[in-house]
Design a protein around this ligand. Structure first.
Ligand SMILES: [Zn+2]
Length: 416
């Protein structure tokens, strides 16, 4: 079979003919020609086409395609320019690559699929591209494949902040509780960040919201309650944030105790206690044997740290998801009573915070925003946000989250 015929089949290029194939040591060059008469505007969703060229200057373009063995495949074409009434003078669209891409659609889909499945080092080594390039590709693939109706018919949503880089770079992430999909992401974590979501949602769709769950902060509710946003929606406080606050309170007690130990006893005891930190923070079911021993030793002392540990675990059990709303209400009130009497400053404070937010916490339970499900999804999003560290922009990090947790169909080139 002639190489050109082979590539006509392999590349599956509709309306394209392969003019020439050159096989080098590291690279295969495939020169193609567009057979269609009309020039199409390359901007997504434009649809403008014309028979007239804007000028006669040729626009030589090239794209990297799927590798052939160890050789990179480079597709080249001599394209024409058109004058779109909306977008100006642009190089015509090609069916096998996205606008402004230096890679074919197939190659980009493969990159996005890999980036959603595995880590930075593996993706860069396997596909021989820089991580920054992966960020740009993910942005294009997501813009292309995201469900355009993802903001329709929303009833109950969750809002959360995710850090995507060291040094306080945050994204606001909105989840549809009905599907579990991330439906919107935007830079920042303040009221303005959520304002941008409501601006995109519009007043009509915002009016359909009945519940919004979030972390106990002031910024998001401020945006949600504005006119034209969703003042009618019930604000719910995510139970898993409450559980996280319990762990934080316990850690405060532990730190205070450790500082006292360090000042009054021998360094060996203090050091041993410091090592018990993870035993205290982990769920009992996940402890190693050594950590279980460390925990037993703390229990024997009956110290403030042990009481704090019990308090943290009790709070976790209340929101574990296996109790009905009535049981949760009773236990939470009892827990707040205990916290008030605990003589542990951090827990007295936490008890007060929980009492102040009681209505919204119980609303989340009543609406079935189960702790385990929300927390699991949140952990997944955080993991992906970490993978996006090193991307050039918040937009690329946001696209990475949409790629893995959004309503998007992502196929491999040979699955289409
Ligand atoms: Zn156009």
């Amino acid at each position: 079979m002639r190489a050109t015929t082979l590539f006509n089949n392999v590349l599956d290029l509709d309306g394209i003919t392969v003019a020439d194939v050159t096989v080098g040591t590291d690279q295969v060059n495939v020169a193609v020609r567009l057979c269609r008469r009309r020039l199409l505007c390359p901007e997504p969703d434009c649809g403008f086409s014309t028979r007239w060229r804007a000028d006669t200057r040729p626009a030589d373009s090239s794209w990297r395609s799927l590798d052939m063995g160890s050789r990179k495949v480079i597709v080249t074409a001599r394209l024409r320019r058109l004058d779109c009434p909306d977008h100006g003078v642009l190089v015509e669209q090609v069916p096998f690559a996205r606008h402004r891409a230096r890679f074919t659609r197939d190659f980009e889909d493969l990159v996005a699929w890999c980036a959603s499945k595995t880590d930075k080092t593996a993706v860069c080594r396997l596909l021989r591209i820089a991580w920054l390039t992966v960020g740009a590709i993910v942005e294009r693939v997501v813009a292309d494949g995201l469900d355009p109706h993802r903001l329709d018919g929303l009833v109950s949503i969750g809002v959360d902040e995710i850090s995507w880089k060291k040094r306080h770079n945050y994204l606001t992430v909105v989840v549809d509780h009905a599907t579990g999909d991330v439906i919107w992401t935007g830079p920042g974590k303040d009221a303005a960040a959520l304002d941008a979501f409501f601006a995109e949602l519009g007043p009509q769709r915002s009016a359909g919201l009945t519940a919004i769950s979030m972390d106990m902060g002031k910024a998001y509710p401020k945006s949600a309650r504005k006119d034209g946003h969703a003042p009618q929606a019930e604000i719910c406080w995510d139970p898993f944030h409450v559980v996280a606050m319990g762990a934080k309170a316990m850690d405060t007690v532990r730190r205070v105790h450790w500082n006292q130990l360090r000042a009054t006893t021998d360094p060996h005891t203090a050091r041993r206690f410091k090592g018990a930190r993870w035993a205290l923070l982990k769920n009992p079911a996940d402890l190693s044997d050594r950590q279980t021993d460390a925990l037993a030793a703390i229990k024997r002392t009956g110290s403030a740290v042990w009481r704090a540990y019990r308090g943290k675990e009790a709070l976790r059990a209340i929101f574990a998801g296996d109790l009905d709303p009535q049981e949760v209400t009773g236990l939470l009130d009892r827990w707040c009573g205990w916290a008030q009497r605990s003589r542990l400053e951090a827990f007295v404070k936490l008890g007060r915070t929980i009492r102040e937010h009681r209505h919204g916490i119980l609303a989340a339970i009543r609406l079935g925003l189960s702790n385990g499900r929300v927390e699991g999804r949140n952990a997944g999003i955080r993991l992906i946000a970490r993978r996006a560290w090193g991307f050039h922009s918040a937009e690329a990090a946001a696209a990475m989250i949409m790629l893995t947790h959004g309503p998007i169909t992502l196929d491999l080139p040979y699955e289409k």
